[in-house]
Write a protein that binds this ligand. Sequence first.
Ligand code: ZN
Length: 135
Amino acid sequence: MKVLKIDHIGIAVKSIEEAKNLYSGLLGLKHEGSETVAEQKVTTAFFPVGDTEVELLESTSPDGPIAKYIEKKGEGIQHIAFRVENIEEALAELKAKGVQLIDEKPRRGAGGAKIAFLHPKSTFGVLIELCEKEE
Ligand code: ZN
């Protein structure tokens, strides 16, 4: 498998509107748009930084995964996403090497990307997202 770069860092927030004051207002990053992924009960907002991005994640529902995450751990860094060349190949290779996967098959993420998560039990406590995007 080939990892191309850190695609983005996912940060769980209670309110994108409020967090924007930091990322756009104080840090001066450009807000490049928001998208709601209904199946994941999440709204995402992207702020490009150099060759990578900050992804803010706000739950659309109290029972969504991001709401549950914040309830348990508070706001903060929720996942790190690595861009890979071929996500199916990467998942197959990692699985064969004993890495526990949350998603055996890629699902659709923001921006039409194919994404899949690895289990933090297999990754020293970090929720790792793999993503493949057409650019
Ligand atoms: Zn992500």
